[in-house]
Design a protein around this ligand. Structure first.
Ligand SMILES: [Zn+2]
Ligand SMILES: [Zn+2]
Length: 320
Protein backbone atom coordinates (compact mmCIF):
# COMPACT_ATOMS: atom_id res chain seq x y z
CA UNK A 1 0.00 0.00 0.00
CA UNK A 2 2.76 2.34 1.02
CA UNK A 3 4.65 1.56 -2.19
CA UNK A 4 1.51 2.15 -4.23
CA UNK A 5 1.08 5.55 -2.58
CA UNK A 6 4.64 6.50 -3.34
CA UNK A 7 4.27 5.50 -6.97
CA UNK A 8 0.98 7.40 -7.18
CA UNK A 9 2.64 10.52 -5.77
CA UNK A 10 5.54 10.12 -8.19
CA UNK A 11 3.05 9.78 -11.04
CA UNK A 12 1.23 12.93 -9.93
CA UNK A 13 4.48 14.85 -9.67
CA UNK A 14 5.36 13.82 -13.21
CA UNK A 15 1.92 14.80 -14.48
CA UNK A 16 2.11 18.30 -12.99
CA UNK A 17 3.58 20.95 -15.28
CA UNK A 18 6.90 22.37 -14.12
CA UNK A 19 6.39 25.59 -12.18
CA UNK A 20 8.42 28.11 -14.10
CA UNK A 21 8.71 31.75 -13.23
CA UNK A 22 7.12 34.10 -15.71
CA UNK A 23 9.69 36.15 -17.61
CA UNK A 24 10.99 38.95 -15.43
CA UNK A 25 12.81 42.09 -16.52
CA UNK A 26 14.35 42.78 -13.10
CA UNK A 27 17.75 41.18 -12.73
CA UNK A 28 20.74 41.74 -10.46
CA UNK A 29 24.21 40.41 -11.26
CA UNK A 30 27.09 40.42 -8.79
CA UNK A 31 29.98 41.49 -11.01
CA UNK A 32 32.59 41.56 -8.27
CA UNK A 33 32.19 40.10 -4.79
CA UNK A 34 35.67 40.74 -3.42
CA UNK A 35 37.47 43.35 -1.39
CA UNK A 36 40.86 45.02 -1.88
CA UNK A 37 42.46 41.50 -1.87
CA UNK A 38 43.95 41.01 -5.37
CA UNK A 39 42.00 37.79 -5.93
CA UNK A 40 41.32 36.41 -9.43
CA UNK A 41 38.14 34.64 -8.27
CA UNK A 42 36.59 37.66 -6.57
CA UNK A 43 37.01 40.93 -8.42
CA UNK A 44 36.41 44.34 -6.82
CA UNK A 45 32.94 45.30 -5.58
CA UNK A 46 30.47 46.04 -8.36
CA UNK A 47 26.81 45.13 -8.91
CA UNK A 48 24.79 45.37 -12.11
CA UNK A 49 21.07 46.07 -11.91
CA UNK A 50 18.88 45.61 -15.01
CA UNK A 51 15.31 46.79 -14.55
CA UNK A 52 13.10 47.30 -17.59
CA UNK A 53 14.76 49.83 -19.86
CA UNK A 54 17.36 50.76 -17.25
CA UNK A 55 20.83 49.37 -16.61
CA UNK A 56 22.55 50.63 -13.49
CA UNK A 57 25.97 49.91 -12.08
CA UNK A 58 26.54 50.19 -8.34
CA UNK A 59 30.25 50.82 -7.71
CA UNK A 60 33.03 49.91 -10.13
CA UNK A 61 35.80 47.96 -8.45
CA UNK A 62 38.73 46.16 -10.01
CA UNK A 63 37.75 44.20 -13.11
CA UNK A 64 34.14 45.40 -13.31
CA UNK A 65 34.52 45.93 -17.06
CA UNK A 66 35.70 42.33 -17.58
CA UNK A 67 32.82 40.87 -15.57
CA UNK A 68 30.27 43.10 -17.31
CA UNK A 69 31.36 41.93 -20.75
CA UNK A 70 31.44 38.30 -19.51
CA UNK A 71 27.80 38.86 -18.55
CA UNK A 72 27.19 39.98 -22.15
CA UNK A 73 26.62 43.64 -21.29
CA UNK A 74 28.54 46.30 -23.25
CA UNK A 75 30.46 48.76 -21.08
CA UNK A 76 28.56 51.58 -22.73
CA UNK A 77 25.18 50.18 -21.63
CA UNK A 78 24.72 51.47 -18.03
CA UNK A 79 22.44 54.50 -17.85
CA UNK A 80 24.27 55.51 -14.68
CA UNK A 81 27.06 54.48 -12.33
CA UNK A 82 26.13 54.99 -8.67
CA UNK A 83 28.89 55.19 -6.06
CA UNK A 84 28.45 54.15 -2.43
CA UNK A 85 31.65 55.76 -1.08
CA UNK A 86 35.19 56.60 -2.09
CA UNK A 87 37.33 53.65 -0.98
CA UNK A 88 39.47 52.73 -3.96
CA UNK A 89 38.26 49.11 -4.09
CA UNK A 90 34.88 50.57 -5.19
CA UNK A 91 36.22 53.10 -7.67
CA UNK A 92 39.38 51.69 -9.26
CA UNK A 93 37.44 50.30 -12.25
CA UNK A 94 35.69 53.56 -13.16
CA UNK A 95 38.17 54.85 -15.74
CA UNK A 96 38.17 51.47 -17.50
CA UNK A 97 34.39 51.39 -17.89
CA UNK A 98 34.22 55.04 -18.85
CA UNK A 99 37.01 55.04 -21.46
CA UNK A 100 36.95 51.45 -22.75
CA UNK A 101 33.19 51.91 -23.01
CA UNK A 102 33.85 54.77 -25.42
CA UNK A 103 36.07 53.00 -27.96
CA UNK A 104 34.52 51.90 -31.24
CA UNK A 105 34.01 48.18 -30.53
CA UNK A 106 30.99 45.96 -29.72
CA UNK A 107 31.76 46.36 -25.99
CA UNK A 108 32.04 50.16 -26.27
CA UNK A 109 30.57 52.85 -28.56
CA UNK A 110 29.17 55.17 -25.91
CA UNK A 111 27.83 58.20 -27.73
CA UNK A 112 26.39 60.14 -24.78
CA UNK A 113 28.01 61.38 -21.54
CA UNK A 114 28.97 58.88 -18.83
CA UNK A 115 26.50 59.49 -15.99
CA UNK A 116 27.85 59.20 -12.46
CA UNK A 117 25.76 59.66 -9.32
CA UNK A 118 27.23 59.69 -5.84
CA UNK A 119 27.70 61.50 -2.57
CA UNK A 120 29.54 64.81 -2.32
CA UNK A 121 33.06 64.14 -3.55
CA UNK A 122 31.95 62.40 -6.76
CA UNK A 123 32.52 65.58 -8.80
CA UNK A 124 36.07 65.91 -7.54
CA UNK A 125 36.82 62.26 -8.27
CA UNK A 126 35.48 62.47 -11.82
CA UNK A 127 37.16 65.81 -12.54
CA UNK A 128 40.43 64.23 -11.39
CA UNK A 129 39.93 61.30 -13.75
CA UNK A 130 39.10 63.63 -16.63
CA UNK A 131 42.33 65.48 -15.97
CA UNK A 132 44.35 62.26 -15.65
CA UNK A 133 43.03 60.89 -18.95
CA UNK A 134 42.89 64.15 -20.93
CA UNK A 135 45.67 63.01 -23.26
CA UNK A 136 43.97 59.68 -23.99
CA UNK A 137 40.77 61.49 -24.89
CA UNK A 138 42.63 64.02 -27.06
CA UNK A 139 44.47 61.24 -28.91
CA UNK A 140 41.36 59.15 -29.55
CA UNK A 141 39.35 62.14 -30.72
CA UNK A 142 41.99 62.99 -33.28
CA UNK A 143 43.05 59.50 -34.26
CA UNK A 144 39.99 57.27 -33.92
CA UNK A 145 37.40 60.02 -34.37
CA UNK A 146 35.25 58.68 -31.52
CA UNK A 147 32.18 60.86 -30.86
CA UNK A 148 33.15 63.63 -28.44
CA UNK A 149 29.93 63.32 -26.38
CA UNK A 150 30.82 59.73 -25.39
CA UNK A 151 33.91 60.84 -23.49
CA UNK A 152 32.09 63.49 -21.48
CA UNK A 153 31.13 62.92 -17.86
CA UNK A 154 27.88 64.08 -16.24
CA UNK A 155 27.90 64.01 -12.44
CA UNK A 156 25.02 64.32 -10.01
CA UNK A 157 25.99 64.64 -6.37
CA UNK A 158 23.71 64.20 -3.39
CA UNK A 159 24.16 65.32 0.21
CA UNK A 160 21.67 63.21 2.10
CA UNK A 161 19.24 60.29 1.96
CA UNK A 162 16.50 60.25 -0.64
CA UNK A 163 15.65 59.45 -4.24
CA UNK A 164 18.72 59.99 -6.41
CA UNK A 165 17.56 58.47 -9.71
CA UNK A 166 14.18 57.92 -11.31
CA UNK A 167 13.54 56.74 -14.87
CA UNK A 168 10.94 54.53 -16.60
CA UNK A 169 9.53 53.16 -13.35
CA UNK A 170 12.92 52.53 -11.73
CA UNK A 171 13.46 54.45 -8.50
CA UNK A 172 16.81 54.48 -6.69
CA UNK A 173 16.96 55.70 -3.10
CA UNK A 174 20.23 56.36 -1.27
CA UNK A 175 20.37 55.71 2.46
CA UNK A 176 23.12 56.35 4.98
CA UNK A 177 25.19 53.53 6.38
CA UNK A 178 27.91 53.42 9.05
CA UNK A 179 31.33 52.54 7.64
CA UNK A 180 33.22 54.09 10.56
CA UNK A 181 33.62 57.63 11.86
CA UNK A 182 36.34 58.64 9.41
CA UNK A 183 34.72 57.07 6.34
CA UNK A 184 31.98 59.48 5.51
CA UNK A 185 30.01 59.84 3.34
CA UNK A 186 28.97 56.21 2.93
CA UNK A 187 25.65 55.11 1.46
CA UNK A 188 23.65 52.04 0.51
CA UNK A 189 21.06 51.92 -2.28
CA UNK A 190 17.53 50.62 -2.63
CA UNK A 191 16.19 50.01 -6.14
CA UNK A 192 12.41 49.77 -6.59
CA UNK A 193 10.79 48.52 -9.78
CA UNK A 194 7.27 47.20 -10.48
CA UNK A 195 6.46 46.55 -6.82
CA UNK A 196 9.73 44.69 -6.21
CA UNK A 197 12.82 45.96 -4.41
CA UNK A 198 16.51 45.25 -4.01
CA UNK A 199 18.79 46.71 -1.34
CA UNK A 200 22.56 46.87 -1.56
CA UNK A 201 24.16 47.69 1.79
CA UNK A 202 27.37 49.25 0.53
CA UNK A 203 30.24 49.05 3.03
CA UNK A 204 28.98 49.25 6.59
CA UNK A 205 29.14 48.08 10.14
CA UNK A 206 25.94 46.72 11.63
CA UNK A 207 23.40 49.47 11.09
CA UNK A 208 19.66 49.52 11.69
CA UNK A 209 19.22 51.68 8.59
CA UNK A 210 19.77 48.63 6.38
CA UNK A 211 16.91 46.90 8.21
CA UNK A 212 14.73 49.99 7.76
CA UNK A 213 15.32 50.22 4.00
CA UNK A 214 15.58 46.46 3.50
CA UNK A 215 12.45 45.34 5.31
CA UNK A 216 10.62 42.65 3.28
CA UNK A 217 12.53 43.43 0.08
CA UNK A 218 12.94 40.75 -2.56
CA UNK A 219 16.72 40.75 -2.36
CA UNK A 220 18.96 42.12 0.38
CA UNK A 221 22.63 42.14 -0.62
CA UNK A 222 24.94 42.76 2.31
CA UNK A 223 28.69 43.01 2.79
CA UNK A 224 30.43 40.71 5.28
CA UNK A 225 33.83 40.38 6.96
CA UNK A 226 35.29 37.36 8.69
CA UNK A 227 38.63 36.87 10.39
CA UNK A 228 40.36 34.15 12.37
CA UNK A 229 40.07 35.29 16.05
CA UNK A 230 43.78 34.63 16.65
CA UNK A 231 44.74 36.63 13.56
CA UNK A 232 42.52 39.46 14.81
CA UNK A 233 44.33 39.52 18.17
CA UNK A 234 47.72 39.56 16.45
CA UNK A 235 47.02 42.39 13.96
CA UNK A 236 46.06 45.93 14.94
CA UNK A 237 45.44 46.71 11.26
CA UNK A 238 42.93 43.84 11.07
CA UNK A 239 41.10 45.23 14.12
CA UNK A 240 40.67 48.58 12.39
CA UNK A 241 39.44 46.98 9.15
CA UNK A 242 37.14 44.53 10.92
CA UNK A 243 35.62 47.41 12.89
CA UNK A 244 34.46 49.01 9.60
CA UNK A 245 32.51 45.97 8.46
CA UNK A 246 29.77 43.52 9.47
CA UNK A 247 30.43 40.07 10.94
CA UNK A 248 28.39 37.07 9.69
CA UNK A 249 26.48 36.95 13.00
CA UNK A 250 25.64 40.66 12.73
CA UNK A 251 24.60 40.35 9.08
CA UNK A 252 22.44 37.38 10.07
CA UNK A 253 20.75 39.58 12.63
CA UNK A 254 20.11 42.23 9.93
CA UNK A 255 18.55 39.55 7.68
CA UNK A 256 16.50 38.17 10.56
CA UNK A 257 14.95 41.56 11.26
CA UNK A 258 14.58 42.71 7.64
CA UNK A 259 13.14 39.35 6.48
CA UNK A 260 14.01 39.64 2.75
CA UNK A 261 12.76 36.99 0.34
CA UNK A 262 16.42 36.30 -0.41
CA UNK A 263 19.56 37.42 1.41
CA UNK A 264 22.93 37.41 -0.32
CA UNK A 265 26.48 38.28 0.53
CA UNK A 266 28.84 40.32 -1.57
CA UNK A 267 32.08 42.15 -0.73
CA UNK A 268 33.46 39.19 1.23
CA UNK A 269 36.31 40.46 3.36
CA UNK A 270 38.64 37.63 4.33
CA UNK A 271 41.59 38.97 6.28
CA UNK A 272 44.53 36.69 5.51
CA UNK A 273 47.46 36.16 7.90
CA UNK A 274 49.67 33.24 6.76
CA UNK A 275 50.30 32.27 10.40
CA UNK A 276 46.65 31.34 10.90
CA UNK A 277 44.05 29.41 8.87
CA UNK A 278 41.98 31.81 6.77
CA UNK A 279 38.19 31.43 7.26
CA UNK A 280 36.23 29.95 4.38
CA UNK A 281 32.87 30.52 2.69
CA UNK A 282 31.56 27.60 4.79
CA UNK A 283 32.60 29.49 7.93
CA UNK A 284 30.69 32.57 6.70
CA UNK A 285 27.58 30.44 6.17
CA UNK A 286 27.98 28.61 9.47
CA UNK A 287 28.42 31.79 11.53
CA UNK A 288 25.47 33.47 9.80
CA UNK A 289 23.28 30.50 10.77
CA UNK A 290 23.90 31.37 14.44
CA UNK A 291 21.48 34.29 14.02
CA UNK A 292 19.50 33.68 10.81
CA UNK A 293 17.80 30.64 9.32
CA UNK A 294 16.13 32.13 6.21
CA UNK A 295 17.08 32.01 2.50
CA UNK A 296 20.74 32.90 2.00
CA UNK A 297 23.31 32.87 -0.79
CA UNK A 298 27.01 33.52 -0.42
CA UNK A 299 27.57 35.53 -3.59
CA UNK A 300 30.13 34.67 -6.25
CA UNK A 301 31.26 36.75 -9.21
CA UNK A 302 28.61 36.70 -11.96
CA UNK A 303 25.96 35.04 -9.81
CA UNK A 304 22.63 36.57 -10.84
CA UNK A 305 19.19 36.96 -9.31
CA UNK A 306 15.99 37.21 -11.40
CA UNK A 307 13.32 38.96 -9.40
CA UNK A 308 9.64 38.31 -10.04
CA UNK A 309 7.09 35.96 -8.47
CA UNK A 310 10.10 34.24 -6.97
CA UNK A 311 13.77 35.17 -6.64
CA UNK A 312 15.71 32.83 -8.90
CA UNK A 313 19.42 32.42 -8.28
CA UNK A 314 21.71 31.47 -11.14
CA UNK A 315 25.41 30.78 -10.98
CA UNK A 316 27.30 32.03 -14.00
CA UNK A 317 27.38 29.66 -16.97
CA UNK A 318 29.54 31.04 -19.75
CA UNK A 319 28.23 30.66 -23.29
CA UNK A 320 31.67 29.85 -24.63
ZN1 LIG B 1 34.85 50.78 2.13
ZN1 LIG C 1 35.03 48.04 0.25
Amino acid sequence: MKEALISLCAGLALALPAVAQAETDFKVTLLGTGSPNPNAQRFGPSTLVQAGSQTLLIDAGRGASIRMWQAGVPLSRPNALLLTHFHSDHTSGIADIWLTGWVDTPYGRRTSPFQVIGPVGTKRLMQGLEQAYADDIKIRLKDEKNPVEGAKVAVKEFKSEGVVYQQDGVVVTAFEVDHGDAIKPSFGYRIDYKGHAVVISGDTRYTENVVKYGRNVDLLIHEVAIVNPDALKANDGFKRIFDHHTSPQEAGSIFKHARPRMAAYTHLVFLPDPRFPVPTVDDVMHQTRETYDGPLQVGADLMSFSIGETVEVKPFSPKQ
